[in-house]
Design a protein around this ligand. Sequence first.
Ligand SMILES: NC(=O)c1ccc[n+]([C@@H]2O[C@H](COP(=O)([O-])OP(=O)(O)OC[C@H]3O[C@@H](n4cnc5c(N)ncnc54)[C@H](OP(=O)(O)O)[C@@H]3O)[C@@H](O)[C@H]2O)c1
Length: 279
Amino acid sequence: MKRTVLVTGASSGIGRATTLKLLNEGYCVYASARNLTRLKSLAANGANILELDVTQDQSMQRGVDRIMGECGRLDILINNAGYGSYGALEDVPLDEARHQFEVNLFGLGRLTQLVLPRMRKQSFGKIVNITSVGGKIYEPLGSWYHATKFAVEGLSDCLRLELKPFGIDVIIIEPGPIKTEWGTIAVEKLMKASGHTAYAAAAQAGAKLLALANDETVASKPAAVADVIAKAIKVRRPSARYPIGTGARFLMTVRKFASDGMMDAFMQFMLRRASARQP
Ligand SMILES: NC(=O)c1ccc[n+]([C@@H]2O[C@H](COP(=O)([O-])OP(=O)(O)OC[C@H]3O[C@@H](n4cnc5c(N)ncnc54)[C@H](OP(=O)(O)O)[C@@H]3O)[C@@H](O)[C@H]2O)c1
């Protein structure tokens, strides 16, 4: 039987690479994002494309209803849509902070609510939540982004236990720096919020650290994440979490064993090292 997958944030980066990988492996993939035009090339590769905004309830309901109408089932949900709202906590307007939570956390939670009744009826389902190494580690001027990713980690751990009796797996994917549009958007947000405030010097340093996600010598390719997702949804007993990409395992190990003081010193060292890099 051909499994049906819904991918959010499929118009770019990790979502796009995952869509292509799963199409290649024979899945029936619904690739979704806000911008249909950016999804057209995926349609040419065999994806069903869906206009879906994870901040709009009706948009998510329409998307799930369409998949159920056309396929009668939805086996795998890949909650990938997200962005990095960077800036000093003091500088980021609360409306922006709320939007960050709507996209990265509440959208993921609501879409999961919409698919679960179907998955429970099927006694089969996989919820794949894309968090980040930033769901366990932290950096200055990233408080709202990290708050969302820490929240997705906690939500996913609770959900894994909740859904175990129904035969539904919850899989946490924790990418390190990946070369996508994410880094550019995060730097734009950071400079807009804090580039001209009391935090301007810290923002310059932070921008260099974020820019590592755009640096091919440091960042991994989105296809590396897609490969891990494709493997994780196939195994009968997936791991709870999959760190993936340059330095991801290393960073998670450091976080596991370092005290908070050691971790603070490590992050400050990383920032100093990044800010010493030539632009
Ligand atoms: N790249 C990294 O270094 C990195 C590291 C760790 C974790 N991550 C996480 O990986 C996930 C994918 O990011 P990426 O790196 O692939 O970034 P990306 O290239 O910027 O892709 C983000 C995707 O999210 C979609 N999106 C944004 N707002 C949305 C909304 N309201 N509703 C629906 N879709 C929306 C965008 O499409 P539209 O604008 O067309 O809607 C786009 O397809 C994110 O959750 C990110 O936090 C990335």
